[in-house]
Design a binder for this molecule. Structure first.
Ligand code: 4NP
Length: 157
């Protein structure tokens, strides 16, 4: 199963989602069953490490963010089984880039996997303060647990 997490700049939310899901895969001894990556709908930050504020808040919970930002590419529709956006803007952008129903069906919303927190998007923390970054990690930890559980259940069916 190949999963791509997508946000706007690929320097805050989606590299954080990748790190959270990676830690769950390691805990569950499931790393060989998944290939994960993240990308942004804009290439403005291509090549950059995640935003220093995101890295700081991630570090407080033991995550190390080493991903380098890269723009989403149409080839990602072939490479990945699930393409998971963080908010309406991401989902709309991905739907715009999809050419076929098969591609459209690969697009998911991160918060649809939340089990404890009620939310319909992962808010962009870029122009906000510390609490925004903490909120991103709270949402992603909840959603990634739900995502893993859903896929684990599916693989047993
Ligand atoms: P992200 O946050 O989409 O969570 O990586 C953003 C990063 C950069 C910008 C916007 C959002 N930007 O406009 O440069």
């Amino acid at each position: 199963m190949n999963i791509l997490f997508v946000c706007l700049g690929n320097i805050c939310r989606s590299p954080m989602a990748e790190a959270v899901f990676q830690r769950i895969l390691e805990r569950e001894h499931a790393t060989e069953r998944f290939t994960i990556d993240s990308a942004g709908l804009i290439g403005f930050h291509a090549g950059e490490l995640p935003d220093s504020r995101m890295r700081y808040h991630a570090g407080k919970r033991g995550y190390s963010l080493t991903h380098r930002s890269r723009p989403f590419s149409r080839a990602d529709f072939d490479r990945f089984d699930m393409i998971i956006g963080m908010d309406d803007q991401n989902i709309n952008g991905l739907n715009y880039l999809a050419h076929t129903l098969e591609e459209t069906r690969k697009i998911f919303r991160m918060t649809d996997f939340c089990r404890n927190i009620e939310a319909d998007h992962v808010p962009d923390p870029y122009y906000g303060g510390d609490q925004g970054f903490e909120n991103v990690i709270d949402l992603l930890e909840d959603a990634c647990e739900g995502l893993f559980l859903q896929l684990a259940v599916k693989s047993k069916q």
